[in-house]
Write a protein that binds this ligand. Structure first.
Ligand code: UTP
Length: 290
């Protein structure tokens, strides 16, 4: 079955990047001149996704505005003859069919995904975490979709994390199938002891889930941090039918932590067609003073 639907959870509180997130969603942080969530929507569209549900909550209205038409701005741009920016601004509202639903209480990522049940309507679907921007030639979501088409199982987008950090992530039990593709048969969220660590492979930002996940989520009780963890539900899938893990290519930026935000800014600015050259010169100058 072709995967055409995606869910972007964007209802987290973003407490690690306060006070910026007091009134502004972290998903709207600009990376040079585009908000993070636009990179994510573009990745989904470039992977063949046509319908996207964004999970929001109170205070995330900016996200809805960004993907809406903006008649006053469009009029101002076209009357000034700024056609390329006019096309770009209108283009954002036409990227995909975008829908919104509110997660009424911030009860965790698993709870947020469960808000998508009616939208998904019994099909496999992609999940792109709203604060994980992945930049690369081959869209990460598309790499996972290809693995789903080959194996017919849920797929996890993974990378290795440093050993000292694994307790903040999920840890996967994996067996290599070939190259960057693995079978995953177990997982644990935020392992707190070295014995609990299954490997340094962790789910980072992307997955493809079968619709069975919703019945599992209904039965999932709060786990680490008192939240309904998506990992706990995926663990049931991994232990029963098995899942596939793909170590995707592309650089991932975590927009939910301060260093991640700065890395995204700097690396994107260096490659930016308008300011790249000047920014590189500026950075070299600064670097000499460090
Ligand atoms: P995070 O745990 O990274 O987001 O969730 P957070 O809760 O905003 O982080 P901190 O710890 O407070 O800084 C990963 C993704 O899941 C979404 C977030 O928006 C993020 O995209 N999420 C998380 C929800 O949509 N709902 C939730 O209840 C929790």
């Amino acid at each position: 079955m072709k995967i055409t639907k995606a869910v972007i959870p964007a209802a987290g509180l973003g407490t690690r990047v306060l006070p910026a997130t007091k009134a502004m969603p972290k998903e709207m942080f600009p990376i040079v001149d585009k908000p993070a969530i636009q990179y994510i929507v573009e990745e989904a569209v470039n992977s063949g996704i046509t319908d996207i549900l964004i999970i929001t909550n109170r205070g995330k209205g900016l996200i809805e505005d960004h993907f809406d038409r903006s008649p006053e701005l469009e009029f101002a741009l076209s009357s000034k003859g700024n056609n390329s920016m006019y096309e770009e601004v209108v283009g954002i509202s036409k990227l995909a069919r975008i829908y919104f639903v509110r997660q009424k209480e911030t009860k965790g990522l698993g709870h947020a995904i469960n808000c998508a049940r009616n939208f998904i309507d019994g099909q496999p679907f992609a999940v792109l975490y709203g604060d994980d921007v992945i930049i690369g030639e081959d869209p990460a979501c598309g790499q996972l979709i290809r693995a789903y088409e080959e194996f017919g199982l849920g797929v996890l987008g993974v990378k290795q994390v440093p050993e000292k950090d694994i307790s903040k992530y999920g840890s996967l039990k994996v067996e290599n199938i070939r190259d960057n593709i693995f079978k995953c048969t177990d997982m644990v969220e935020k392992p707190q002891t070295p014995e609990a660590v299954l490997s340094l492979y962790s789910i980072l930002g992307r997955c493809i889930l079968p619709p069975e996940i919703f019945d599992i989520l209904d039965k999932t009780t709060p786990g680490a941090g008192g939240e309904i963890q998506l990992t706990d539900a995926m663990k049931v899938l991994a232990q029963t039918s098995g899942m596939i893990a793909v170590e995707y290519t592309g650089t991932r930026y975590d927009m939910g932590n301060k260093l991640g935000v700065m890395k995204a800014e700097v690396e994107t600015a260096l490659n930016h067609k308008e300011i790249g050259e000047d920014f590189r010169a500026y950075l070299k100058e600064i670097a000499q003073t460090l």
